[in-house]
Design a binder for this molecule. Structure first.
Ligand code: TRP
Length: 328
């Protein structure tokens, strides 16, 4: 497993995972399990930075994210699953790191600025500290690489700054981790907007084949095309974006695209084939998911066992940081 180095990455448990998570991140992580020492983090403390008002949801969301992760092929034989809130060392290291970064620096973090501008949020100190906690998540495992989406790169940059600052002040301790961007294209939602669970435009990993077909059949396509005989547009049409990713039959896709442009194929036929291809693509995942969904105790045990396996690792790093900062 381990030869390319240590990876730490994770998700906030905000709800079921969808096919955007699958092709954007989970398939990527699945491949990395063979080459890296991988820690997959359920960042439940991070959920509270924007939503502390629904404590009733967190446990169910942890279970659904873990179930979907395992269904996607993340494998406890190869990787370690960690629950952030169960290892207080994460929070404690974040507290220490908070001393090494200015408020002004944190106020310039783009994700933070976006959230207060776009959502009109009145930010909590917890939200301002979000990337400091994330830095602790990463550096407490001395991770070399962090596979993330592009939006997370500013957090990796801050992590590198904190590592440098610590190393300069107290001697070489932390590696400066690299952000690894996945090569998978960003998948649009079924309505062609950004995929967002709360917008009802996702296909979830837990959806049945029937639900999936229904969602595909009502997908957004070229809005200017009224009849099957009207020439259609392929570019920026999510039905074809999905075909490109999920349909292994490249000749068929090319044929559909050519006929679509000429007005020689209907949306229904193109979508019907997409639904079939997507359901075939998801079949092995669903089979695994079914087994895990029936055994939530086993799923949670994977997380509990991984967390215990990680405990000595995070204790050692926190101990080292405490000592170097003069607390021992
Ligand atoms: N901020 C990440 C997200 O929203 C989740 C996360 C928390 C994370 N800690 C992490 C990702 C550490 C990578 C490494 O997706």
């Amino acid at each position: 497993m381990a030869n390319k180095g240590i990876i730490l990455t994770g998700h906030r448990p905000t709800g079921p995972r969808h096919i955007g998570h699958l092709v954007g991140t989970l398939e990527n992580w699945r491949e990395m399990q063979d080459d890296y020492t991988c820690y997959f983090l359920i960042a439940d403390l991070h959920v509270l930075t924007t939503d502390f008002e629904h404590p009733d949801r967190i446990q169910a969301n942890i279970l659904s994210v873990m179930t979907d992760w395992l269904a996607a092929g993340l494998d406890p034989e190869k990787a370690t699953f960690v629950r952030q809130s169960a290892l207080m060392e994460h929070a404690q290291l974040a507290l220490l790191f908070g001393m090494l970064v200015t408020v002004a620096r944190l106020e310039r973090v783009p994700t933070y600025k976006d959230q207060i501008q776009n959502l009109g949020l009145n930010p909590s100190a917890g939200l301002l500290n979000y990337p400091v906690l994330q830095s602790a998540d990463i550096l407490i495992y001395k991770a070399d690489s962090v596979p993330v989406g592009e939006d997370q790169l500013p957090h990796i940059e801050l992590t590198r700054e904190i590592a440098r600052k610590f190393n300069t002040a107290y001697g070489e301790t932390f590696p400066e981790p690299e952000g690894l961007l996945s090569r998978a294209a960003r998948l649009p939602g079924t309505d062609n907007r950004t995929m967002h669970s709360s917008w009802g435009n996702t296909i979830q990993l837990g959806d049945s084949p029937e639900e999936t077909t229904k969602k595909v059949m009502s997908m957004y396509t070229d809005p200017n095309r009224v009849h099957a005989t009207d020439p259609g547009t392929v570019e920026g049409n999510p039905v074809f974006d999905y075909h490109d990713i999920f349909n292994p039959n490249i000749d068929e896709i090319e044929d559909f695209k050519a006929r679509y442009r000429e007005g020689k194929v209907g949306d229904v036929e193109v979508k019907r084939r997409l639904a079939e291809a997507l359901n075939e693509y998801l079949a092995p995942l669903r089979e695994r998911r079914e087994a895990f969904a029936q055994d939530p105790k086993k799923v949670l045990k994977v997380l509990a066992d991984g967390t215990e396996a990680a405990r000595p690792v995070v204790q050692a790093t926190l101990d080292e940081a405490n000592t170097k900062m003069g607390l021992k």
